[in-house]
Structure formats: structure tokens, C-alpha cells
Design a protein around this ligand. Structure first.
Ligand SMILES: [Ca+2]
Ligand SMILES: [Ca+2]
Ligand SMILES: [Ca+2]
Length: 348
């Protein structure tokens, strides 16, 4: 045992450039101990990263040294979902420790310099938050950069899931400084040793020197009616040439000047008015309505949409000029005049 400890100390010294973050001990919330559940591997998502098989530091003193092969950071509503995959043989839920180093403002000049105390990848990543996922108990602990060189403080713990070949965890955006989904990140793997010791970083994904992964921005969820004033008439569902008017209202939180109008789709249809000569989608700025914020007006031809007489809602999607997606489920009222013309009077 003593020899092992000496060996471990030597190896840790050799790996000094890859020593993990200096975290304060322990989460601030009471840990829970859910029954271990192994679920099948899931499909990689947008915003994912990959890593080579076999490029990890192989320690003779550990049973399983983490060999990262894939992972992702993605936005899911009010949560940021973290997922990591390892080669199955290198994953031991009991000893594998995974760190997601998150540069939530995408600025290497702010936060902790790089992914290690030594500043590895300091020109790539300035880390505002590190999320550590491990077992015993199975949880994801969020550590926030304190402002002191590479010093982090635990600010909360959240449930994690053990996959067949890794972990996933869902972290509230509010626990990550209201992160809007565009996050630069790297993932590191460590292993737990006896006596509470840890090996230090044994694999980095993407590799040291490579650009960080970047997650997709969160979708802005809008709430709007077909007409904000609630005066939406029934849409004549028997008239394929019917033009549906949709007002996209600006607000304090949503400025229509930021909207790439050509990207907007309603029930699959794009704006009907197009410059016949240039092919450019026309932009209809509107007044400010009953507030101080300009609106955008769109016209969609019914036959371009997927709406039919039974439709009750339709999805509006689009992007801001910076690529941030937005969406809304819009309630619709479909009408059939040929039927409405037939009125059956009640008999008395
Ligand atoms: Ca690897
Ligand atoms: Ca930063
Ligand atoms: Ca690697």
C-alpha cells in the first residue's frame, strides 16, 4: 500500500501540468443516494465533442483510467444538459470522475485560466464554472470561480445519471449564471484513489491545444397569439390562397430589430412577400402598438403551411441575426365558411 501511495504521488507529480482544479471540499447541498441506474448510450447531440480512443494516461495503480471519447453540452429549456461517454472498459462509475470546465462568457480572459492549476489551455478557456460528476453519491456538483487564481467554491449539487459508458446531468441555467447556452467547454477525466485521493487529469477532450467545444444557444421561447390583441379571426381553411397575418411583437426582452425575418417559419411556411426581382424576403416593420417596442408583421399563405381545418396550434420558429433560435406555439382558430353558412336553428 505504501508503495502504491509513493507511486501515486510520483505519477501525480509527473502529471502536475494536468492537475485538476482546486475545489473547495464538499457540496453545499445535502447529497442524495439514488439507486444506480445504467441506461443505454444516447445519440450525440449538436454542440458535441469527440476524443481519440487510447490517448489517456494509463496508471498501473488504478483499475479503470477514464478514456473520454465523446460528450456534449446542450440547452434544454431551463437546463444545461451535460453528457460524457468513455470507452466502456475505462468507465467505472465507482471511481470515474468527470469535470466539465465551462467558459460561460466565451472569453478566455475571464474566469480561471485554463483547465488546470498550471494554466493548461489558458489561451483557450477562461473557466467560470466547473461541474464535477462522480458516484458515491451519484451527483453533479457545480463549482464557481471565486476570483482567486484557479480557486472554485461549490455552489450546489444536482442529480446525475450513470449511463452504460458515462454520465449525464441536467444543471439549471440559474446555477450557471443564467447561461444562455452558448458555452465554450472542455471535459476532463480523473479516477478516485483510496483514502479520498484523486489521480489528477488523465484525459482531456478536446485535447490540450485544440479549440474548446461550443454548445448551441438556447432557444428563446416566446408566448404570442396570432394577433397580440386577441382579435384573431378564424382562418378560412378552405381558401388555400388565404394570407395569414402574424404580428411578432417586440418587448423589453425581445427586440424585433434582432430578428432575421427571412428565417421565420410559421407552420412550415416562410413570408409570402418576396421581391420578385431580387428574391429577397420583404421585411414589414410595424408600429409600436400599445408599448414602446416596434413589431414585425408577417404574411403566410395557407397553402404553404401544414395547417388544415382541424389545426388548433402551429409552431413559429426563427433565428436572431446572431443565430440564436426562437420559437412559439401559436394557437390558431380554423373556420370553414361553407359549413358556418348552414345554421340549424333550435326547435322549440
Ligand atoms: Ca480519449
Ligand atoms: Ca470566461
Ligand atoms: Ca484526449
Amino acid at each position: 500500500m505504501k508503495r502504491h501511495l509513493i507511486l501515486a504521488a510520483t505519477l501525480l507529480a509527473l502529471a502536475v501540468a494536468l492537475v485538476s482544479c482546486a475545489n473547495d471540499a464538499g457540496p453545499t447541498t445535502a447529497p442524495t443516494s439514488p439507486a444506480r441506474q445504467l441506461t443505454p448510450r444516447t445519440v450525440e447531440t449538436a454542440g458535441g465533442v469527440t476524443d481519440a480512443v487510447g490517448d489517456y494516461i494509463d496508471l498501473p495503480i488504478t483499475d479503470a483510467d477514464p478514456d473520454l471519447v465523446g460528450g456534449s453540452v446542450r440547452c434544454d429549456g431551463e437546463n444545461i444538459v451535460l453528457e460524457v461517454h468513455l470507452t466502456p472498459a475505462s468507465f467505472d462509475p465507482d471511481s470515474t470522475i468527470i469535470n466539465f470546465d465551462l467558459d460561460t462568457d466565451q472569453d478566455p480572459g475571464t474566469g480561471a485560466l485554463g483547465i488546470t492549476i498550471g494554466g493548461t489551455d489558458g489561451d483557450v478557456l477562461g473557466v467560470e464554472y466547473t461541474v464535477t460528476i462522480n458516484y458515491d453519491p451519484l451527483q453533479a456538483t457545480v463549482y464557481q470561480f471565486t476570483g482567486r487564481p484557479h480557486h472554485f467554491a461549490a455552489i450546489g449539487s444536482f442529480p446525475a445519471v450513470a449511463l452504460a459508458d458515462g454520465f449525464s446531468a441536467s444543471i439549471p441555467r440559474s446555477a450557471l449564471g443564467d447561461a444562455e447556452g452558448r458555452i465554450n467547454y472542455k471535459v476532463t477525466g480523473e479516477a478516485r484513489l483510496g483514502g479520498g485521493a484523486e489521480t489528477g487529469v488523465l484525459d482531456v477532450m478536446p485535447d490540450v491545444g485544440l479549440a474548446a467545444g461550443t454548445s448551441e444557444p438556447c432557444t428563446i421561447e416566446l408566448s404570442l397569439d396570432l394577433r397580440p390583441d386577441g382579435s384573431s379571426p378564424p382562418i378560412n381553411c378552405r381558401n388555400p390562397n388565404k394570407l395569414i397575418t402574424l404580428i411578432l411583437p417586440g418587448s423589453a426582452d425581445f427586440h424585433v430589430a434582432d430578428v432575421d425575418h427571412a428565417s421565420v417559419r410559421f407552420a412550415g411556411a416562410g413570408e409570402w412577400h418576396v421581391n420578385k426581382r431580387t428574391g429577397e424576403v420583404k421585411r414589414h416593420e410595424a408600429g409600436t402598438g400599445d408599448d414602446d417596442y416596434p413589431d414585425l408583421v408577417f404574411h403566410f399563405r395557407l397553402s404553404d403551411t401544414t395547417l388544415d381545418c382541424s389545426s388548433t396550434e402551429a409552431e413559429l420558429t426563427g433565428n436572431l441575426w446572431d443565430g440564436t433560435p426562437f420559437s412559439a406555439m401559436v394557437p390558431v382558430t380554423m373556420g370553414d365558411p361553407s359549413r358556418e353558412a348552414v345554421t340549424i336553428a333550435p326547435t322549440h
